[in-house]
Design a protein around this ligand. Structure first.
Ligand SMILES: NC(=O)CC[C@H](N)C(=O)O
Length: 387
């Protein structure tokens, strides 16, 4: 049986025709490209891609199948997947099923057999565009009408963040992980280091977080424009300086906004496992995993208490920040990268080190002691309230 036809239409009128290998449905979204050679499972299950139609520049995708253990979230939130060649017969003892069957399970359309080099060159030249991916056989004019009538999502964080507080108990530092669409890898990296992790929704207020008596706060990655979640910026603003803080990707952008800096959209973003980042303090270069479409505006940093610690070696954009006086830093890339590179996992150790130094230098203030005592007395109150 020959595969059903699928089409991808961009808002500039470019039409790609190929074969469907996902769900026989239709979706719209921002079309973006990822330059990873491996890692398609981690890409499609990374909640930061919520609402986007993702194309992989590497031409052979699906060849090692799907293994749920490799996922970054319980389900994918992408709106479509675009590849040159989908391999239907995976060759991997860990594979549980095929990429195509996963996409069908979650009703996500996918197209193969198109020139992904041409698509990527277009996106690099003109910037990311909206697209419609469909298996319908209607005339192109009808598709274009639907595409033009569609709008990009603005509530992605709400869609992907946990609805309930949950914990992953450990014997060491208590870290409150604020989930804006966190990749599982962040939790894995904290748990591996013995942290006592409490994961809270994006709506958690500063007081909700204080009640959990954190030793440190980790602001997770997440989808969309950081300016779509002003409540999160407000919460972060209240907590900077009070607890050691580490921001990753969207968390980095929220930390920057909360510190008075500004963010803007990049032309086509950074997505892939091969982005070179320079550490301005040591002069060393790291290969990093990235997935972002927004960036912190360098010229907005001068007016804040922040300093730039890392830059992207390709386009020189800001990749890392730290606060000049408070125990807080952030990176635009992913230290928890899966399937790698692991160059930057030391940042989790730096975060824990920062927590320990802070504890040594700041034995509990009377206010913190009071908060901790109140939290202990109302044990689990917040967690229960969330259920
Ligand atoms: N991975 C992320 O956290 C991405 C951050 C933000 N959504 C961006 O696209 O820039």
């Amino acid at each position: 049986m020959s595969a059903k036809q699928a089409r991808l239409l961009l808002e500039d009128g470019t039409l790609f025709t190929g074969q469907s290998f996902g769900s026989e449905t239709e979706s719209t979204g921002e079309v973006v490209f990822n330059t990873g050679i491996t890692g398609y499972q981690e890409v499609l299950s990374d909640p930061s891609y919520c609402g986007q139609i993702v194309t992989m520049t590497y031409p052979l995708i699906g060849n090692y199948g799907i293994t749920r253990d490799d996922f970054e979230a319980l389900r994918p939130y992408i709106h479509g997947f675009v590849v040159r060649n989908h391999e239907e017969i995976p060759s991997n003892w860990r594979a549980e099923y095929t990429l195509g069957s996963l996409l069908k399970e979650f009703d996500i359309p996918a197209i193969q057999g198109i020139d992904t080099r041409m698509l990527t060159r277009k996106l690099r030249h003109y910037g990311t565009m909206r697209g419609i991916l469909t298996t319908s056989s209607e005339p192109v004019e009808a598709l274009m009408e639907r595409l033009q009538g569609s709008s990009l999502l603005t509530d992605q964080v709400e869609r992907v963040s946990t609805k309930h507080v949950f914990s992953s108990p450990g014997m060491k530092e208590r870290v409150v992980l604020v989930d804006y669409g966190s990749k599982s890898g962040i939790l894995r990296d904290l748990v591996k280091r013995g942290c006592d992790v409490v994961v809270v929704p994006h709506t958690a207020t500063a007081d909700d977080i204080r009640k959990l008596s954190p030793d440190g706060i980790l602001l997770s990655n997440g989808p969309g424009n950081p300016k779509n979640v002003p409540h999160a910026v407000e919460t972060v603003k209240q907590l900077i300086g009070e607890y050691p803080m580490f921001g990753i990707c969207l968390g980095h952008q929220l930390f920057a906004l909360a510190s008075g800096a500004d963010t803007e959209k990049l032309k086509f973003g950074h997505r892939g496992g091969n982005h070179p980042v320079k550490d301005l303090i040591s002069g060393r270069c790291y290969i990093t995993s990235q997935n972002h479409g927004y960036t912190v505006k360098e010229e907005s940093i001068a007016q804040t208490e922040l300093e730039v610690t890392h830059i992207n070696n390709n386009d020189k954009t800001v990749e890392g920040l730290r606060h000049k006086t408070a125990p807080a830093f952030s990176v635009q890339y992913h230290p928890e990268a899966s399937p790698g590179p692991f160059d930057s996992s030391y940042l989790f150790d730096d975060f824990i080190e920062m927590i320990r130094t802070h504890q040594q230098n700041h034995p509990q203030s009377p206010k913190q002691a009071q908060i901790a005592a109140a939290a202990k007395a109302s044990k689990g109150e917040y967690a229960h309230a969330q259920k």
